[in-house]
Design a protein around this ligand. Structure first.
Ligand SMILES: C[S@@+](CC[C@H](N)C(=O)[O-])C[C@H]1O[C@@H](n2cnc3c(N)ncnc32)[C@H](O)[C@@H]1O
Length: 227
């Protein structure tokens, strides 16, 4: 009934007020799982039915591993941010199929969202699996994990929250270990500048499958935000 009312409301919106979901042709399930960014900040707790720990994942790709996590861990809320439109569409449809009320999705650049739309101390865990490694030296500055990004994350997540980043690029892994170890707010959960074991129950992502297929090594970095 509530869904029917929402659908009718979405039809009577004037064209100038189309939601992003409508613009993307995702009208059907956008209202249940997609977030239209407001001008100001969002209190993440207001997005979810239950008040529980919030996991933020950036760059979920096709979203299969994020979907599995949301299904397997109903006592956590998940917010995914991705710029890849097809991936966002796939995840919205799957979240609807499984009737998940603990999974919300934003289609936008994560730095923009974190900077302009997320309040400080908003989430408990940040995860990013196989961020684009930008292999060429002249492109290194495009890599997301840099000191400025870590400063931003440190403020936007709660104190003692965790970050979990995975890569199969040795060069990027070493870069991330260096900037994280050097950062005043983050502490390695291994209590030493070493990589973490892969968490046992972590669903495998599409890019992780690809890494295994190609025989690549994979590095997990897990740090706490001590602030
Ligand atoms: C290499 S893919 C990994 C996808 C997935 N995590 C996996 O392991 O299969 C990196 C993803 O990050 C997304 N991405 C890159 N920069 C982003 C940004 N600034 N904000 C949101 N998503 C971003 C890309 O669109 C892409 O889907």
């Amino acid at each position: 009934m509530i869904n029917q009312i929402r659908k009718i409301k979405s039809f009577v919106r004037r064209p100038g007020r189309l939601t992003l979901g409508q613009k993307m042709g995702l009208t059907k399930f956008w209202e249940d799982h997609g977030i239209d960014l407001p001008k100001g900040k969002i209190n993440l707790n207001t997005l979810f039915v239950k008040q529980q720990k919030i996991v933020l994942e950036v760059g979920f790709g096709n979203g299969d591993s994020l979907l599995k996590m949301a299904i397997n861990t109903p006592d956590r809320n998940f917010l995914g941010i991705e710029v890849y439109e097809a991936g966002v569409g796939q995840l919205i449809n799957k979240a609807h199929k499984y009737q998940l009320n603990n999974l919300k999705i934003i289609k936008e650049d994560a730095v923009k969202v974190l900077t302009n739309h997320i309040e400080d101390s908003s989430f408990n865990l940040f995860q990013m699996f196989f961020p684009d490694p930008w292999h060429k030296k002249r492109h290194f500055k495009r890599r997301l994990v840099q000191t400025d990004f870590l400063n931003l994350l440190s403020h936007k997540m709660i104190k003692s929250g965790k970050i979990h980043i995975v890569t199969d690029s040795k060069h990027y892994a070493i870069h991330m270990m260096t900037v994280l170890e050097r950062h005043p707010n983050f502490k390695n959960t291994q209590n030493a500048p070493i990589y973490s074991p892969r968490p046992e129950h972590q669903p495998i992502t599409k890019f992780e499958q690809r890494s295994h297929r190609l025989g690549h090594d994979v590095w997990n970095l897990i740090f706490t935000n001590e602030k």
